[in-house]
Write a protein that binds this ligand. Structure first.
Ligand SMILES: CC(=O)SCCNC(=O)CCNC(=O)[C@H](O)C(C)(C)COP(=O)(O)OP(=O)(O)OC[C@H]1O[C@@H](n2cnc3c(N)ncnc32)[C@H](O)[C@@H]1OP(=O)(O)O
Length: 518
């Protein structure tokens, strides 16, 4: 049996706090959902809401008419005689998803009607719809609570609906109260009592069980399910389309029309339009869910794809990535280097790995974009010895006070301490450093240029590369440092140049270059 998927990103998804789609955005999403993802139906709005919503529905129905898919465009409407129906008709719609009450509590408490009166009102709307040539699907709002507290009412309502010209009956867990066992039991009950009825199940994620509930509901033989892109929707949202695709294809093997390779595109589009970021660990669509962080996993992948599951990223138009950080080993780094087309000697590989782990200790993740900087940094410093070491430093920055630096350093095994103020933290650091040099009667290089960059796409927590140009006895030298912190990167570049100077009596520019760029 083929499962029908109705996506309600444009209606329930828009009921997410703070989310409002404009006319153009709604049309773009409608087209992507129907043309690219190939969902069977979409619910695009609630009737009567606003002029903007009317224009949006009109835009979608005009496009759908030209593309022969008007029956796939659905609009939620109310039990209000012909008001919602006229709104839908004027907007060019052909399908109403009629919001009826699925629990006794709601019919009595909100509409203040008896079940019989409610059914009379519903029958009136269905009959008007028939005259207007509008297809009727019916929501049993609060159906899950109806099954928990007034099942006889639910069975009465469905019995009445079966006498009317209703195409589908939609079973919403409106308040997201069900668990998978209850979803299975209640959907089974509906399917058994009312055979030959098209039932859709509509989950909400209040207990983080929307996808699990969809899984259980689909095992009962219901005909369709509702989803939203990125799990948008009222309160905690609905069942995310991407996760539902995963369980339909991998756990239930149920026939469906969805093209999973396009799911990443629509997720990103909806992320942009809704302004709600996809959590980085969101299954299938999250930025990091196809990233292996641990070195052991990367090693296993290289040997025999030992750490892959069925959710291969390529299915969803994505690639596997290997994170760089303190949990990454050689294998992770090798995978990244392969992607960049770089090969390193075992010795350099070891150094790069050490540097990545060291940086990972300070920063959560090192990205592939950081890697060329790290390699350049490690390779450039590999031929220089370590006669000068900064043991400790303390830099202070306070409002209305000049930055202060206290440093403790080692030169050829001897310790020196100094403190200085400066115009910035790095300036204070350098002044303290040069004081030590002055005491030792050592000539120090003069800073002539200071250049800072972050890898492309880097954020405020990205690695920073500092390139400093020095003049030492008339010779221009460049050194670079790399760190998550700009001042630390500058200090690293400084120590590097001091070590090169300390190492020998090189004076020719070519020699400097050779030392620093090897
Ligand atoms: C399953 C779901 O998520 S349901 C989502 C339904 N969609 C929406 O609510 C979309 C946004 N809503 C709106 O823009 C507005 O609520 C409108 C335009 C639909 C109606 O607005 P208003 O006329 O101002 O009414 P209000 O917003 O206060 O809604 C409450 C009224 O609707 C009635 N109502 C509630 N459910 C239904 C229903 N299924 N059918 C008909 N009337 C209903 C209530 O009884 C109440 O009527 P009353 O004022 O006579 O007591």
């Amino acid at each position: 049996m083929k499962i029908e998927v109705m996506d309600t990103t444009l209606r329930d998804g828009e009921q997410t706090t703070g989310v409002s789609f404009n006319e153009g955005e709604k049309l773009a999403m409608a087209r992507l959902l129907l043309e690219e993802i190939k969902v069977d139906r979409i619910e695009v709005a609630s009737a009567r809401v606003s002029e903007g919503e009317f224009a949006a529905v009109k835009g979608i129905t005009e496009w759908a008419r030209k593309n022969n898919c008007l029956e796939k465009i659905e609009v939620l409407g109310f039990v209000d005689g012909d008001i919602s129906l006229n709104w839908i008709k004027d907007a060019g719609g052909k399908v109403i998803n009629l919001l009826t009450k699925g629990s006794k509590k709601h019919v009595q408490g909100q509409l203040r009607k008896t079940p019989e009166q409610h059914m009379e009102d519903v029958a009136k709307v269905v009959s008007i719809a028939e005259d207007m040539g509008i297809t009727v699907n019916v929501y049993l709002e609060d159906w899950s609570n109806g099954m928990l507290t007034s099942p006889e009412y639910v069975f009465y309502v469905v019995g009445e609906l079966k006498k009317m010209n209703v195409k589908r009956i939609m079973l919403p867990d409106t308040l997201g109260v069900l668990n998978p066992d209850q979803s299975f039991a209640f959907c089974s009950d509906m399917v058994d009592r009312f055979p030959d009825t098209h039932f859709d199940f509509h989950a909400h994620n209040d207990y983080d069980m929307a996808v699990a509930n969809v899984f259980s509901a689909l095992k009962t033989g219901i005909s369709g399910i509702h989803t939203t892109v990125n799990g948008l929707g009222e309160r905690a949202g609905n069942a995310p389309l991407a996760s539902v695709i995963g369980i339909l294809n991998d756990h239930l093997n149920l026939q469906n029309s969805l093209d999973e390779s396009k799911i990443t595109t629509i997720s990103k589009v909806v992320e942009q339009f809704s302004g709600l970021r996809i959590p980085e660990n969101q299954p299938i669509t999250g930025y990091n869910v196809f990233t292996q962080c641990s070195g052991v996993h990367a090693d296993g992948d290289s040997k025999d794809n030992l750490y892959f599951n069925n959710l291969m990223p390529e299915r969803f138009g994505r690639n596997r990535r290997y994170a760089l950080g303190k949990t990454s080993g050689k294998a992770n780094i090798k995978k990244n280097l392969e992607e960049l087309g770089i090969e390193l000697s075992p010795e350099h590989m070891k150094k790069v790995t050490q540097k990545v782990i060291e940086l990972g200790d300070k920063k959560k993740i090192v990205t592939i974009e950081d890697l060329p900087f790290i390699i350049a940094d490690v390779l450039k410093s590999s031929s220089v010895k370590d006669a000068i070491k900064i043991r400790n430093y303390n830099l202070s920055l306070a409002h209305d006070l000049r930055p202060l630096a206290s440093i403790s350093m080692e030169i050829n095994g001897k310790r020196y301490d100094e403190t200085a103020v400066g115009d910035g933290q790095y300036d204070a650091f350098m002044r303290a450093l040069w004081r030590i040099y002055k005491k030792l009667d050592k000539v120090h290089p003069i800073l002539v240029d200071y250049w800072v960059s972050i890898p492309p796409g880097g954020k405020t927590d990205a690695l920073v590369e500092t390139m400093i140009t020095w003049d030492y006895k008339g010779v221009e030298i460049k050194s670079r440092g790399l760190s998550a912190d700009q001042t630390e990167a500058a200090i690293e570049a400084t120590v590097k140049v001091l070590n090169v100077i300390e190492e020998g009596s090189l004076t020719r520019q070519a020699d400097w270059k050779e030392k620093l760029e090897k």
